[in-house]
Design a protein around this ligand. Structure first.
Ligand code: 11C
Length: 354
């Protein structure tokens, strides 16, 4: 009566969105759904598709009989447990960074490289980082038509990319400055946060987020690059299957709760017009074109959060560069950026076990 699906990390930020996605699907191919989390959350009851399920503690035996196991947990937990799930016979679909660049693990965005789900010698399939994912459906569609050669992007990343702690911090900072005339002299925002008892050391971000933008996401890597910027480069190359793709990214955190945005400058082998690009976007089912600046119509996080598609607008031809397009994309970092893409991979696997 259908394959068995497991969700590891069922009580976390992405796991919670995953349960919303499972509950929102018209139908699902699964005969059984198992919810798994740390021992701390085990025993919790969560209703999935009308059935009250008890969260199980992560242990090797919980993967027995599981066909597809989705992991929405930190890198170190995935690194340890996805291979255990695979040994027990499940295909592990992992949303962490632990396996993305492993040559024996496909990195899949179904709209771009769905065929790769069958090439999984380790029994593990990786889901990209939410920043890369937020632009991949749009960039992949353009690449198919015009042949991508270069990508220069700046991200505008939401705080939920840093998990529940990121969201709580932004709300706390908003309360601390509410009604205060700050943001007018250097350091006055920091002073207002300190006065409200919010120390910078306790924040998941390296500077105040409220009334601010912070040009940093992830950890420090070589030559001043952040881990997030290198992920955008390396993962884009792997997903698109262009090992020599030239990529440069600057990742920036902004005071948005959920939905990452990116300003993209894309260079192609062939000539491309805005009209042609609009046609390509309109033909891609998971992309919604929102591009009428004369009417004030373009994608913004506040207008698209909670949605599944990638929203694209501000499509222009760069005036001084041939064969290029500039555009702006917004994608919900917890849905398509994380849970939804993982679930789409799991659904693509289901027929193998039905
Ligand atoms: C952020 N993109 O916004 C990150 C979160 O590699 O899966 C996801 C990190 C990852 O902070």
């Amino acid at each position: 009566n259908g394959p068995v699906l497991a969700l590891v990390g069922a009580t976390g930020a992405v796991g919670t969105v995953m349960i919303d996605i499972l509950n929102g699907r018209e139908s699902v191919p699964w005969g059984e759904i198992r919810l798994i989390a740390s021992a701390r959350s085990a025993g919790k009851k969560i209703t999935v598709r009308g059935e009250e399920l008890t969260v199980l503690a992560l242990a090797p035996e919980v993967f027995d009989g599981v066909h597809v196991a989705m992991f929405d947990v930190p890198d170190e937990i995935s690194a340890q447990w996805a291979p255990i799930a695979a040994e027990r016979g499940a295909v592990a679909v992992d949303n962490s960074g632990a396996f993305r660049m492993d040559p024996e693990v496909p990195l899949v965005v179904p709209e771009v490289n769905a065929d790769k789900v069958r090439q999984r010698p380790r029994g593990i399939i990786a889901n990209p980082n939410c920043t890369t994912l937020s632009m991949m459906a749009a960039v992949g569609a353009l690449h198919r038509e015009f042949g991508l050669t270069e990508l220069v992007v700046a991200s505008y990343q939401a705080v939920s990319g840093a998990g529940v702690a990121g969201v709580e911090r932004l709300y706390a900072e908003l309360s601390a400055v509410a009604g205060k005339q700050v943001g007018v002299t250097a350091g006055d925002v920091r002073a207002a946060l300190t006065e409200a008892g919010l120390s910078q050391e306790d924040s998941p971000f390296p500077a105040p987020l409220v009334l601010n933008v912070v040009p940093w996401a992830g950890s420090l890597k070589q030559d001043g690059w952040s881990s997030e910027e290198l992920k955008v480069r390396n993962e884009s190359r792997k997903i698109l299957g262009i090992p020599g793709l030239k990529v440069s990214a600057t990742c920036v955190r902004v005071p948005v709760v959920t939905t990452h945005s990116l300003a993209v400058h894309a260079v192609f082998e062939r000539e491309v017009t805005v009209e042609q690009a609009h046609k390509v976007f309109a033909a891609q089912p998971s992309v919604v074109l929102v591009d009428d600046p004369a009417a004030g119509v373009f994608p913004t996080p506040a207008d698209v959060v909670g949605g599944d598609p990638t929203y694209v607008g501000r499509v222009r031809q760069a005036l001084d560069f041939p064969n290029t397009l500039d555009f702006f994309v917004c994608g919900d970092n917890l849905r398509k950026g994380a849970a939804l893409n993982t679930y789409e991979i799991a659904e693509a696997l289901a027929p193998e076990f039905s």
